[in-house]
Design a binder for this molecule. Structure first.
Ligand SMILES: [Cu+2]
Length: 525
């Protein structure tokens, strides 16, 4: 197997073996631990990188390229994505080896339409197995990215990888995902979901955005074109040679999962990236913009505000959540966003004079993590966009009297030296469903936490019913697929699965918690 791998394709001047060697050189020994921000905001520890960092707001905001179909097949648009290692200039003047969809981080953005199915051929030219999950996708089980449905590297026969023989459907080289796109418009994202190694895989670049559009949304006078910006926010730390500093126990991501004890609570970076650029800058018209914000961090939560020198913060008008448009806009002075969550917002730069610099700040972070990016208002411009008072129709999920109530306790286990994270006291068991849920029935799920846990449910979005003693929180509106739970909190959601019987998962989207087994198998029946 090693001979085969060594003979594999050379990518960007690095053989696969070279890539592993490079990762090996990026051991966590160079990294220090620090507290991740103001007390109580984050569950995690920051990796202090050793790379020379740029001054903030000097790098232009990149916009990932849009994926183009290579053809059509039975009414579906067909795409091909090659996962490969490539060098990318993330910090100016240094090269970072990334694991990238099409060799880039973020991967290409998908733009699809409700009711128009797509087929994506994912080819794995990485040195490690991969699994692709479309987060927020209403996807049949065999295309959803079950954590053991490994796609092995091209030419790899699958001997020696962990989990060989466990339930799953490993394939060699390439996997075809069928996405029916029978869902409303919304902002999804796709990322790696391999059992035990999701944290390092996403951290090293395996993440991209996916925007679904439909006629309802197209009919609204919202900002569009250059005034609609997808913003993938994530934190990373870097070694002096430019490589990502991730404190994984196995830097080659081959055998031993997880991170050492210091990072059990989650890995926080000291550089904030937006669309893969450190604290970028973007020039804007004095007009409304639609910002489609995704928190793709492994563990970091943000409190985002748009600060204006000498003035009040710019209002942030939320128009959508994980699962598409809200019923009506909601104005916020800041946004709390946990890993995996998306917020669709409109901001109006026209209230500011040309020349104003607007900084997106993060009150949940300190030091270098307190800033995210900057907008600079550079010109006046016509703007015919508005935010309508009514955005979409949202069917309320109302559990019937006597509806099934399931409680899930998300806590850290206390057994053994490397006690992991657990749901109802159990580590992820791919063989055992902890809930068989009838399709079409609305259930109440109650999540109970010890520390911060952003809970993500696959297959269908849900609605938040209660947070603590009150109703839904300020950021809980609309269709959600990921809900931000704070320490010692209880949140109840109404869940209803439709269409696709099979085996799925729900899990904590703090990726270190997920890798250390805070995930559960469910079955829709
Ligand atoms: Cu968690």
């Amino acid at each position: 197997m090693d001979a085969e791998r060594g003979a594999g394709p050379v990518v960007s001047g690095l053989s696969r073996r070279g890539f592993l060697g490079l990762l090996g050189g990026a051991a966590a020994g160079t990294a220090l631990v620090a507290c991740g921000g103001p007390r109580g905001w984050n569950t995690g520890q920051q990796v202090i990188g050793t790379a020379r960092l740029p001054a903030p707001f000097g790098v232009p905001l990149p916009i990932p390229p849009v994926a183009r179909p290579i053809g059509t097949e039975s009414g579906a648009d067909v795409y091909r994505v090659t996962q490969r290692v490539a060098d990318q200039e993330i910090l100016p003047g240094t090269r970072t080896p990334v694991l990238g969809y099409d060799g880039i981080f973020p991967g290409p953005t998908f733009e699809t339409r409700t009711g128009r199915p797509i087929v994506v051929h994912h080819r794995n030219e990485l040195p490690v197995p991969s699994v692709v999950h479309l987060h927020g996708g209403h996807t049949p089980a065999d295309s959803d990215g079950w954590p053991l449905d490994l796609t092995l590297p091209v030419g790899d026969r699958g001997v020696g990888w962990m989990h060989h023989g466990m339930p799953g459907d490993p394939v060699s080289g390439e996997r075809v995902h069928h996405y029916p796109m029978t869902q409303r418009a919304g902002q999804l994202w796709y990322h790696d979901h391999r059992m035990d190694f999701t944290g390092p895989a996403v951290y090293r670049g395996l993440a991209g955005m996916h925007i679904v559009r439909d006629d309802v949304e197209d009919a609204l006078p919202l900002p569009r074109g250059d005034r609609e910006l997808p913003l993938m926010i994530c934190d990373r730390s870097f070694n002096a040679d430019g490589s990502f500093a991730y404190p994984g126990l196995d830097q080659g991501m081959r055998g031993l999962p997880g991170v050492s004890d210091e990072w059990m609570e989650g890995v926080l970076g000291d550089v904030v990236l937006v669309n893969g650029a450190p604290w970028p800058m973007h020039d804007v018209d004095a007009a409304r913009y639609r910002l489609r914000v995704l928190n793709a961090s492994n563990a970091r939560r943000y409190r985002l505000a748009l600060t204006v020198p000498g003035g009040p913060d710019l209002p942030i008008v939320q128009i959508g959540s994980d699962g598409g448009l809200l019923a009506a806009p909601v104005s916020h002075s800041y946004l709390d966003i946990a890993p995996g969550e998306r917020f669709d917002v409109v901001v109006d730069f026209s209230v500011l004079p040309v020349g104003t610099a607007v900084t997106m700040t993060n009150a949940a972070g300190t030091g270098s993590a307190a800033d995210v990016m900057r907008f600079r208002v550079v010109r006046t411009a016509r703007d015919e966009s508005t935010v309508p008072a009514t955005l979409s129709e949202i069917e309320p999920l109302v559990p019937a009297a006597g509806a099934t109530v399931r409680q899930f306790d998300l806590t850290r286990g206390s057994v053994g030296k490397h006690a992991g994270w657990a749901i109802n006291g159990h580590s992820f068991d791919p063989d055992h469903s902890i809930a068989d849920i009838p399709l079409g029935e609305t259930e109440i799920w109650r999540f109970v936490t010890d520390v911060h846990h952003p809970v993500h449910v696959h297959l269908d979005a849900f609605q938040v019913l209660r947070r603590g003693a009150g109703g839904p929180g300020a950021f809980d509106g609309g269709w959600k697929d990921t809900v931000d739970l704070r320490p010692a909190e209880v949140v109840e959601v109404a869940v209803r699965f439709t269409d696709h019987p099979g085996r799925f998962v729900f899990h904590c989207h703090n990726l270190e918690h997920e890798d250390m087994a805070m995930m559960a198998t469910i079955r829709t029946v």
